[in-house]
Design a protein around this ligand. Structure first.
Ligand SMILES: *Cc1c(COP(=O)(O)O)cnc(C)c1O
Length: 415
């Protein structure tokens, strides 16, 4: 094919720059440490964590890193949330408050344990649940509150903790997107009764699939451990299978990679924060565009970088800006998720176990009332947010490229 006749006019502003991505080697870091640990596992011939050392090492290193008493590794973030809910041991039809903007892996475990996910609305600026939105849906059947530190930005925990304490309701923190995020100098995952983390491909650090569940409470730790191990009483004098539970263990192969990845976590988080602040500074003062809101004494670890787009100022709002950025080679996601979790078929049609609709058949009508007027924050958040993938490998040139593209695109949409 001849391209002779095509004008060759690449310019600095139009040549797309490949941005490091967490979906491939460009934005993931695996090195000699991961390989050395994997080799040790294979050489030992012990691939199960019930006998090996790497998962145990991962658990104790992460515990000391975030200041938690117990860490139990498992097969995914979904498994971590499932173990947390199972540790609370709700009665069928009990309610667990959660958020309308999250990963489905944080919701289906509630249903598997026979409990009803009750959705709290989110703050349209932080995308997180708040004490007010939780209070609006609390009932005498509420058995736990799941707070999700979305995109790496911690929820406003003080009033939430106060509310939960006053009602005697335990808090489960979903930290899948919030490794080393902190709130008043305390790491997330240790602010409630149980914290859940994910090591899936696209999280801050990864072992492909994997999870970590965290607690300071000895009894809860015991139940978490049992739930992940078919409730088999390892080490007990007369072990038995004590209750309904699954095999959710992490393998030593995953543990080896995760243990090595953990050594990179501080630097991954530090780098993401530095480049995110740099972008926020560059975008400061642009009318109609809000950079991530971070309140005082909170550390946001930027799993993603969210812009909030005011369509009254920027023509076409987040979708239009997103399209222009994509045209310039910048992957981004207007809305983050296409619709609130409760609009998915699993909730809309209550498709669970056969035709039973269990546990929805036990729900109070108010607990499964998803009327849009109850979720104005959620709908506003989804229509205004533009999510940019973020990565620890971003250098100044990447941030400049993104900033210039945003500034030019906003100019185009406001002229
Ligand atoms: C990724 C994620 C999960 C589920 O984790 P998996 O490891 O993918 O099962 C749960 N909650 C949130 C907020 C997540 O981002």
């Amino acid at each position: 094919m001849s391209t002779d006749s095509l004008p060759q006019t690449p310019s600095a502003t139009t040549t797309p720059l490949h941005l490091p991505s967490d979906q491939d080697a460009s934005g993931r870091t695996f090195g000699w440490q991961e390989l050395a640990f994997l080799r040790q596992v294979l050489d030992s011939g012990v691939l199960t964590s019930t006998k090996g050392q790497f998962v145990k090492q991962l658990e104790s290193s992460f515990a000391s890193m975030i200041g938690a008493k117990h860490v139990i590794a498992c097969s995914s973030g979904t498994a971590a949330v499932h173990a947390a809910v199972a540790a609370i041991d709700p009665e069928p039809g009990d309610e667990i408050i959660t958020t309308s903007i999250t990963d489905m892996g944080a919701l289906t475990p509630i249903l598997y344990q026979g409990a009803i996910p009750v959705f709290a609305d989110v703050d349209p600026h932080t995308y997180n649940v708040t004490a007010e939105s939780i209070r609006a849906v609390i009932s005498d059947r509420t058995r736990a509150i799941i707070v999700t530190h979305l995109f790496g930005n911690p929820c406003e925990m003080e009033p939430i903790t106060q509310l939960a304490k006053s009602r005697g309701i335990p808090i489960i923190e979903d930290c899948a997107q919030a490794f080393l995020s902190s709130h008043q100098d305390q790491y997330v995952g240790t602010l409630g009764s149980i914290g859940c983390f994910s090591l899936q491909q696209g999280k801050h650090i990864t072992t492909g699939e994997g999870g970590l569940v965290v607690t300071n409470d000895d009894d809860i730790a015991r139940r978490l451990f049992l739930f992940i191990n078919k409730a088999w009483g390892y080490g007990d004098e007369q072990p038995d299978h004590y209750f309904l539970a699954l095999n959710y263990r992490m393998s030593e192969l995953q543990g080896a990679v995760a243990a090595a990845q953990l050594g990179r976590l501080q630097s991954v988080v530090g780098s993401r924060i530095r480049s995110a602040i740099e972008l926020s500074n560059k975008l400061d003062g642009i009318r109609g565009l809000a950079t991530p809101f971070v309140s005082e004494r909170i550390v946001h670890t930027y799993w993603k970088y969210c812009l909030n787009v005011d369509e009254r100022v920027i023509r076409g709002g987040a979708p239009a800006l997103g399209q222009l950025l994509k045209d310039r080679g910048i992957a981004c996601a207007p809305r983050y998720i296409q619709k609130p979790a409760f609009e998915c078929e699993i909730f809309r049609d209550q498709r669970t176990f056969g035709n039973s609709r269990f546990p929805f058949n036990l729900a109070r009508p108010a607990a499964v009332d998803y009327s849009p007027e109850k979720f104005s924050g959620t709908y506003t958040a989804l229509s205004h947010v533009l999510v940019l993938p973020w990565n620890e490998r971003f250098e100044d040139r990447h941030v400049d490229f993104i900033a210039d593209a945003i500034i030019d695109s906003v100019a185009e949409l406001t002229k």
